[in-house]
Ligand binder design. Structure first.
Ligand SMILES: C[S@@+](CC[C@H](N)C(=O)[O-])C[C@H]1O[C@@H](n2cnc3c(N)ncnc32)[C@H](O)[C@@H]1O
Length: 282
């Protein structure tokens, strides 16, 4: 069986092999992007630039948007190809405001990467690494490391993919799979781990699907803060229901953004989102 480190490498290689696919992802999920970005912006002071660390930021969808609003953003990711896309976006258009620094690095070693910047960030984003780190201890380590970088009074934003999202995806793409892979889904119900393998059995891509009920429990345990806000990033449009909404523009699209923001923090609704973000103040 592959170790968490082998799976780490396989996932990085899969992002490196096809960076454009990830870069295009949020164009097909504009609601997730808007709900995430607006939730982050709502927590930022309006009168000053803040210092932001975007960990697992990929080609920088949030880094560029936040830098564009004048914030000082450091973008970190494991995938050198996604980071190259971010760099080329900056070099192709000198008018674009982008991240101040673009660095290859691991969410598991932020303290090693930035030893002089512990506790100095107004905001740390961990929107991606917890989707792929394939061990409970290492996921906890990533949250610890991200929390260590946040300054007193600053905010941690930390996202997971929901376990239920995977079942909705299977139902839409390959509904027979649930019965056909009974043994696998017995394990998945317990650990939420999903590894795609090659014909020779070597891992290609690894995903962790977290139980929504566990997300706030983990955040409270690892940050020591009781006040945790959970945000469902697709709002009421989880499970691919955003497909037609994604084609809308102007007022028609904005009405859906507002409806999804309304549902995002509703206790009865966030648990059914595909991507779920926890927000904690230090
Ligand atoms: C689904 S993408 C998310 C990108 C972006 N943050 C977003 O929300 O759209 C997951 C990202 O996490 C990165 N990643 C996965 N594990 C990581 C780790 N241990 N450290 C840093 N980045 C990691 C991947 O390379 C990829 O860019």
């Amino acid at each position: 069986m592959a170790s968490p480190q082998d799976l780490h490498l396989a996932t990085t290689q899969s992002y490196d092999a096809n960076p454009t696919m990830e870069d295009e992802r949020l164009k097909a999920h504009r609601i997730e992007y808007e709900v995430t970005l607006r939730t982050i912006l709502d927590h930022l002071p309006k009168d000053r630039a803040t210092k932001i660390l975007d960990v697992g930021g990929g080609a920088g969808p949030y880094s560029f948007a936040l830098a564009g609003q004048g914030h000082n953003v450091t973008l970190v990711d494991l995938s050198s190809s996604l980071l190259s896309l971010a760099r080329s976006r900056l070099s192709e258009d000198l008018n674009v405001r982008g991240p101040h620094r673009i660095l290859e690095g691991d969410a598991l070693d932020l303290v090693g990467l930035f030893p002089d910047e512990i506790g100095t960030y107004d905001v740390v984003l961990l929107l991606g690494p917890l989707y792929h780190i394939m061990s409970t201890d290492l996921r906890e380590k990533a949250i610890h490391q991200a929390w260590a970088m946040v300054k007193e009074g600053g905010w941690l934003f930390c996202a997971w993919v929901s376990r239920w999202a995977h079942y909705r995806d299977v139902a839409m793409r390959e509904p027979r799979r649930l019965a056909a892979k009974r043994a696998f889904y017995g394990l998945h119900a317990k650990d939420g781990d999903y590894v795609r393998v090659n014909s020779d059995g070597s891992p290609v891509h690894a995903m962790h699907h977290e139980s929504p009920a566990n997300m706030p429990v983990l955040l409270r345990k690892l940050t020591g803060r009781e006040q945790v806000t959970m945000v469902g990033l697709e709002g009421v449009l989880a499970g691919g229901l955003d497909r037609l909404v994604n084609e809308l523009h102007g007022e028609a699209f904005e009405a859906w953004v507002q409806k999804c923001l309304e549902a995002a923090t509703d206790e009865m609704s966030w648990t059914m989102s595909d991507h779920i973000m926890g927000v904690v103040r230090k």
